[in-house]
Every structure is written in structure tokens, then in C-alpha cells.
Design a protein around this ligand. Structure first.
Ligand code: BES
Ligand code: MN
Ligand code: ZN
Length: 487
């Protein structure tokens, strides 16, 4: 999509040539700054009870007197925050996207001086509205025609702030859309091999270097824990390493590590049947890393970034790893696999050890790791785990700025106790209590040489129910975080 800003003189909105105007309002009365014909139309709608200055209200007006654009949608935000703006803009795009609308001009009123975050909020809403999964659904309706979005600014200063926001947002929208698309694909259309090929395609198209390690190469390195998960599947694993270079070769990179379980049956510790289909989303972390690498390639910040994806299925079978089996990780530490459904940590621990070779400035892993995280935080905030206060603060801030928030969880050593094993250096599960935390504590045992944080996105990477589908989170958070690391 093409995102632009235009500085308009007061009174010019109604003369603006677009297929539709989207007016987003905040506050409990008609805000100042609207053109006469628009103000009049909105007040008429209020008088007819078609609209009110209340959260969630939406009106669609056609052929408004004195307004050049043939369609006008008016959406009301709960308050003047960027988050409320995004929700109201989403409702507005929802009303317009099914129509023959290609170019939407947007005016915001009641939000104070417009800034980059406002442009990001509007762009994110537009991107979400326009994406439609079609890859395995030939009967899907045609994709919305929306191609161009012009955000009207009152002043030059506003215009340049909005432009900065749009530049970031355009890259994030591409990254989010790619992450959603990859995660939405069914397991048989997104095997580790296919995922690696998609990463290759993305890397080629965006000028990134990429290495894809096959099973032999993974064996040669000695990722015994990752391979233990992969051994139950007929689909071979892939270890994907993407490189963005925006600074001197010697500069320590930011490393992102994604969990890429392309389908999680639970293995021999087989999952119950209900909603098992949703375990195709268990590569949401991997999808977010690939999407973020795409966004970064477009934004070209002056630093180095490495994106890593460990991809495999988790299947039961005659060769599958069994409860009680002990495996040796790349770090040399042995692991008693008490539950084969706690597989994410088994692939991530080897990927984390692998990152040591890059002498990274910081490592963040992203994983749909535990159902317990969904119980703890629900679907709004991702779980953030890090012993490093400064790093945690940076990730929290990045999440807030991107409207892709996370919440810090504890990593006190007391939580590590449950991982003790009589037969190996550690077990791969603790008790049921604090399950998201013991999972993080397991990973922590592999990060003593790293500045590290872990994001558990089990609750945020996809939606269940009627709107079932991938969200593309946390591409926004990660992109903001990477940009914040430019020194
Ligand atoms: N992929 C799941 C986590 C998950 C579950 C994400 C439900 C989203 C919704 C992960 O591999 C898993 O199975 N975790 C187990 C860990 C347990 C065996 C310690 C879980 O959360 O039940
Ligand atoms: Mn599992
Ligand atoms: Zn899993």
C-alpha cells in the first residue's frame, strides 16, 4: 500500500480528491478543525441518531453536499490515544474496504498535534483491514482494492512527523502481512522446507544474505536437542540464518531467534484433539522473525541484525523421541525429555547456543512457547522474560510504541528448582504452576554468555474462534526494538 501525507489548508479537506474520506474523531463534542460541509454533515448525522460523539460509533455518508469525495466514513475513538485511534480507524476501513475504494484520505480531529505514532496507528489498521488469506482458499472474495492512503496534516511540522511514522509503518505493515501469511498457511503448506524456501524468497527480494542448514549440517554442528524433536517427523528440519548488514562487519549484531514448529502434535505426549489445528501457528515466532527481517531490510538502519529460525514438525512415530529419553544439547548440557510436548524450548536452547558464534550485542527469542502464558496474560500482551532490567525496559518501550505491548514476568532463580532431574543436567518441564516462567528458566540455562530476553507470544500470535488467524505480532515490537538499538 502507498502511504502519503499531505498538508492541507483549513477548508481544503472537502475539496480533496479521493474515493473516500475517513474522518476519525476523538472527544465528546465536534472537534475544531473540520471543514464547514463536513461539520454540517456530521451534525446532521448526530441529529438523525446515526452518529454520536461516543466510542465505537461509525457513520457512513454518501454524496455529502460540498464534499468532493463521494464517500465519507466517520469513526469515533474512545479517547485521543494512538491505540484508540487504531481501533477507530480499523472500524472505518472495515466500512470502506469492501467498496470500490482505492484511495482513502484521512483526517484526524481531536487528537492534538499529530505525530509519527498517529501515522503508524492508521497504517497498521489499514494493513490489517486489507490483508486477506487466500493461498488455500480459491473461493475467497477478491482482495480489497485499497491502494493508497493520504493522511491530511494541518501543518508542515505535522506533515514531516507523519511522514516519519509512515516510513516505519509501511515497512512494518509489509513485515506483519508476511508473518500473518506464513503463519496462516496450513502445516502441509508450510513444512520446514517450504518455510525455508519462503525465507529464501524474502531474503533474495530484499537483498539479505541467507543460509539454510539441512539435517546433515545440523547434525554436524551437534544440535542434539533440536534433532531430538525433529527425529519423529518424515519432514526434514531446517535451520535458517538471515543476515542484514547495515554497519561494519565487525559490529556486534542484534540476533532474533524464532520458534518454527510448523506443526505441534505434542509428539508421543500427544495433545488432545480439540483445537489441535491451531498448532499450525506454532511457527508464529519464526514468522515474526522473517517478517521483521523484511521490515528491517526496507528501513536500512545502521546496525547488523541476524534472524534465526529453527524449523521442524513435532510428530509421534516409530522414531520419535520418548518421555524419559536423555539428549545432549549443543551446549553440552544433557536434557531429560519428560514431556515431548515441551518441544519449543528443546529447539530454542540449541538455537540460543548457536548465536554465541555471532558475539551478539543482544539476543531475543520469540516463541509460542506455553499455554500457561495464555492463562497468565490472555491475548493482549506477550510475556517478556529477561534478567536484564535495561533490556526489559527497551522491549517494553518498543512494544508500547508499536501498539504491540508485552508485560514483564519474573525470572527469579527460585523458579529454576522444578527443572531438576535425576538422570540429566535438567528436565525439560517443571510442575504445572508458573509454566511460562519455568519454560523461560529452562532457556535461561543456555544464555549465561548472552544479553538475552525471551518473548512468549502464545497468546498474541493468533486469534481463535470466528476470526481465527495469525496477527503478525510481534513484528511491530521487534522492528521498533531493532531501530532503538542503533547507537
Ligand atoms: N506450542 C505449545 C504452546 C501453546 C499451547 C501455544 C497452547 C498456544 C496455545 C507448546 O509446545 C506446548 O505444547 N507447551 C506445553 C508445555 C507443557 C507440556 C509443559 C503447554 O503449554 O501445555
Ligand atoms: Mn508442544
Ligand atoms: Zn509448541
Amino acid at each position: 500500500m502507498d502511504f502519503r501525507t499531505q498538508v492541507t489548508a483549513p477548508g481544503a479537506t472537502s475539496r480533496f480528491n479521493a474515493d473516500a474520506l475517513l474522518i476519525v474523531l476523538a472527544g465528546d463534542k465536534l472537534p475544531a478543525g473540520l471543514d464547514e460541509p463536513l461539520a454540517k454533515a456530521i451534525e446532521q448525522a448526530v441529529a438523525l441518531d446515526d452518529y454520536a460523539f461516543k466510542s465505537g460509533k461509525l457513520a457512513y455518508l454518501r454524496a455529502v453536499d460540498g464534499v468532493k469525495a463521494p464517500r465519507v466514513a466517520v469513526a469515533h475513538a474512545a479517547n485521543a490515544s494512538a491505540k484508540a485511534l487504531k481501533a477507530a480507524a480499523a472500524a472505518g476501513f472495515g466500512a470502506l474496504k469492501g467498496l470500490g475504494v482505492k484511495h482513502v484520505a484521512i483526517q484526524l480531529a481531536g487528537f492534538g498535534e499529530l505525530q509519527g505514532v498517529h501515522a503508524e496507528a492508521v497504517a497498521a489498521a489499514a494493513g490489517d483491514a486489507v490483508y486477506l488469506y487466500r493461498t488455500t482458499k480459491p473461493s475467497a472474495p477478491p482482495a480489497p482494492k485499497l491502494e493508497k492512503l493520504t493522511l491530511l496534516a494541518g501543518t508542515k511540522a505535522e506533515g514531516s512527523a507523519l511522514n516519519g511514522g509512515f516510513e516505519r509503518a509501511a515497512a512494518i505493515v509489509e513485515g506483519v502481512t508476511l508473518a500473518r501469511e506464513l503463519a496462516n498457511r496450513p502445516g502441509n503448506h508450510c513444512t520446514p522446507t517450504i518455510l525455508a524456501n519462503e525465507a529464501r524468497k524474502m531474503a533474495k527480494a530484499n537483498g539479505l544474505r541467507i543460509e539454510v542448514l539441512d539435517k546433515k549440517a545440523i547434525e554436524a554442528i551437534g544440535m542434539g536437542s533440536f534433532l531430538a524433536v525433529a527425529q519423529g517427523s518424515d519432514e526434514p528440519p531446517r535451520f535458517i540464518v538471515m543476515h542484514y548488514q547495515g554497519a561494519a562487519k565487525s559490529a556486534a549484531p542484534v540476533v532474533l531467534v524464532g520458534k518454527g514448529i510448523t506443526f505441534d502434535t505434542g509428539g508421543i505426549s500427544l495433545k488432545p484433539g480439540a483445537e489441535m489445528d491451531e498448532m499450525k501457528f506454532d511457527m508464529g515466532g519464526a514468522a515474526s522473525v522473517i517478517g521483521t527481517m523484511r521490515a528491517i531490510a526496507q528501513l536500512k538502519p545502521k546496525l547488523n541484525v541476524v534472524g534465526i529460525v529453527a524449523a521442524t514438525e513435532n510428530m509421534p512415530g516409530g522414531r520419535a523421541v520418548k518421555p524419559g529419553d536423555v539428549v545432549t544439547s549443543l551446549s553440552g548440557q544433557t536434557i531429560e525429555i519428560l514431556n515431548t510436548d515441551a518441544e519449543g524450548r528443546l529447539i530454542l536452547c540449541d538455537a540460543l547456543t548457536y548465536t554465541e558464534r555471532f558475539k551478539p550485542a543482544v539476543v531475543v527469542d520469540i516463541a509460542t512457547l506455553t499455554g500457561a502464558c495464555v492463562i497468565a496474560l490472555g491475548n493482549h500482551r506477550s510475556g517478556l522474560f529477561s534478567a536484564d532490567d535495561a533490556l526489559a525496559a527497551e522491549l517494553l518501550a518498543a512494544g508500547d510504541a508499536a501498539l504491540d505491548p508485552c508485560w514483564r514476568m519474573p525470572v527469579d532463580e527460585d523458579y529454576d528448582e522444578g527443572l531438576k532431574s535425576n538422570f540429566a543436567d535438567m528436565a525439560n518441564i517443571g510442575g504445572r504452576a508458573g509454566g511460562a516462567i519455568t519454560a523461560a528458566m529452562f532457556l535461561k540455562r543456555f544464555t549465561s554468555k548472552l544479553r538475552w530476553a525471551h518473548l512468549d507470544i502464545a497468546g498474541t500470535a493468533w486469534k481463535s474462534g470466528a476470526a481465527k488467524g495469525a496477527t503478525g505480532r510481534p513484528v511491530g515490537l521487534l522492528t521498533h526494538f531493532v531501530l532503538s538499538q542503533v547507537k
